[in-house]
Design a protein around this ligand. Structure first.
Ligand code: SAH
Length: 491
């Protein structure tokens, strides 16, 4: 049976501008054929089992020719695959989307089109330029600044000038002097406000605002490169006034997030929304133990413990799996008090219909230990192997009987360490949300120089661990994500 093709617009770069429908298509893709302008954060959404075909590689200026791309889409669909053709911006705006559908149409391959947020409108928006404004203009025109191979640029500058509308040129970096001259020759005001915006919507976005006559020189001085968008029109005057993107509190900051992949999403998203350039570097992962006889034995006599302690959300998840596997349910915990290191862990307990009796105000083992100083045992600690010593030390000191049962292991990984080593050459912030993320980070980069790193730590224990490796630190006031983000804003 034939497969199908979904032509998806990936938006201009900011991963938040991929549409929900585009995201859904990506999640079901078996093959993804993508272009150079699609950002790595969006490529990261491609399921790991899907085949990826990069047709935008420009190694020695040899892009895959259009006919061959059309052929790849057809062949993969004929193999019965669900193919996503992922393109920058909107697939039908200077995206050759139409050309790619022709062959599919001929062969009767089913296809759909998911429009995308085009750079033509969104990049000006991120540069503070509303492409229309009732006080300035009543139309906007989108023009290519790139000529078809072998022919000259053919733009009717007179016609464009007559519209009095905002002019948006795509693919125009090389032709910028020609375009500006063309407009001037056609009678446009030399003082007409204009802009060029490079890497729009991305943390590295740069813009140059100048008059039409000055723009080529200023863009050259700033070494503006492709991809960039040229905007000509009175609306460019508003760019500095509406410059919301460049004023985001973390604009220009490089931040590496070291949380495990399954839990890094919200922190990365929140930092990105604040303008940071975020690299997710999940250098640790928790792996549940396939067999955990110690936990099974503890579960058999669960009613004999006075306290059950969890130090991360993985703890209760694994505990309940084993409890259910033993044919029992939450009622087995009737007389047992529950302690959770923080609200995330407590919310996992709530999922199972249970409330934590103890949650420290500062979410770390030291503070949990302080809360438990007067506990009468026995205590069951259900946590990672190689956990913090704070709790066992306190129980031993205070003569509280306890059992420390390792339910999962923390493994260290180096998913993309070359990229991180590159980032370490300049000033970079690294978030550490537990002592184990510090160890994972250091272990994954043997011999690396951390002198440019500022470790942004969730709490004092984590900070102590980072300092052991000579990493400069700042510490959140409270051990919460909100507080960590506030702390990063203050750096
Ligand atoms: N289909 C795309 C445009 C493809 S043509 C869309 O709808 O956005 C490629 C041109 O788009 C680039 O040369 C550049 O002019 C523009 N472009 C795409 N992404 C951009 C970005 N993030 N910043 C600035 N210009 C961008």
């Amino acid at each position: 049976m034939n497969g199908n093709v979904i032509l998806v617009g990936a938006g201009p770069g900011d991963p938040g501008l991929l549409t929900p429908k585009g995201r859904q298509a990506l999640e079901q893709a078996e093959v993804v054929v993508y272009d150079r302008l699609v950002s790595p954060d969006i490529l990261a959404l491609i399921p790991s089992h899907a085949e990826r075909i990069d047709v935008g590689k420009e190694a020695s200026h040899h892009k895959v020719p259009q006919e061959q791309i059309n052929r790849i889409l057809l062949d993969k669909a004929l193999e019965g695959k669900c193919v996503v053709r992922l393109k920058g911006g909107d697939p039908f705006l200077f995206g050759r989307g139409g050309e790619e559908l022709e062959l599919l149409e001929e062969y009767g391959i089913p296809y759909q089109v998911v429009p995308g947020v085009t750079s033509a409108l969104s990049v000006p928006a991120y540069a503070g330029i509303p492409v229309t404004h009732r006080d300035y203009c009543s139309s906007v025109h989108i023009i290519t600044g790139h000529a078809r191979a072998g022919s000259a640029l053919r733009i009717d500058y007179e016609a464009l000038c007559r519209t009095g509308g905002t002019l948006v040129f795509l693919m125009g970096v090389n032709a910028l002097p020609k375009i500006c001259q063309g407009l001037l020759d056609a009678g446009m005001e030399p003082k007409m406000p204009a802009a060029i915006v490079e890497q729009g919507t991305l943390p590295r976005q740069r813009k140059v605002i100048a008059t039409l006559e000055q723009l080529p020189r200023e863009a050259e001085q700033a070494q503006i490169q492709s991809p960039a968008i040229i905007v000509v029109g009175k609306v460019c005057e508003l760019s500095d006034r509406f410059d919301w993107f460049d004023h985001l509190p973390l604009k220009g900051k490089e931040i590496i997030v070291t949380r495990p992949a399954d839990r890094s999403g919200t922190l990365c998203d929140r930092l990105r929304q604040l303008g940071a350039n975020v690299t997710s570097y999940p250098c640790i992962r928790t792996v549940e133990r396939a067999n955990c006889p110690e936990l099974d034995r503890a579960i058999e006599k669960i009613g004999t413990y006075r306290y059950l302690v969890f130090t991360s959300p993985a703890g209760p998840e694994i505990f309940f799996q084993r409890l259910f596997a033993a044919g029992r349910d939450a009622r087995a915990l009737a007389g047992v008090k529950l302690a959770a290191i923080g609200p995330k862990t407590a919310s996992v307990l709530e999922k199972y219909g249970l409330r934590a009796d103890l949650v420290p105000k500062t979410y770390d083992s030291d503070h949990l230990a302080q809360l438990m100083a007067q506990a009468e045992g026995p205590v069951l600690l259900c946590r990672a192997s190689r956990g913090s010593d704070a709790l066992p030390e306190l129980f031993t000191k205070n003569g509280i009987p306890f059992e420390d049962v390792p339910c999962y292991d923390t493994v260290y990984e180096a998913p993309d360490s070359d990229k991180v080593l590159e980032l370490l050459k300049r000033k970079v912030l690294v978030t550490f949300t537990s002592a184990s993320t510090v160890r994972g980070f250091v272990k994954s980069l043997p011999g690396a120089d951390f002198s440019n790193v500022l470790g942004c730590c969730i709490g004092p224990q984590t900070a102590k661990e980072a300092e052991k490796y000579g990493i400069a630190v700042v510490t959140a006031g409270e051990a919460t994500m909100d507080s960590l983000i506030e702390c990063i804003k203050g750096v």
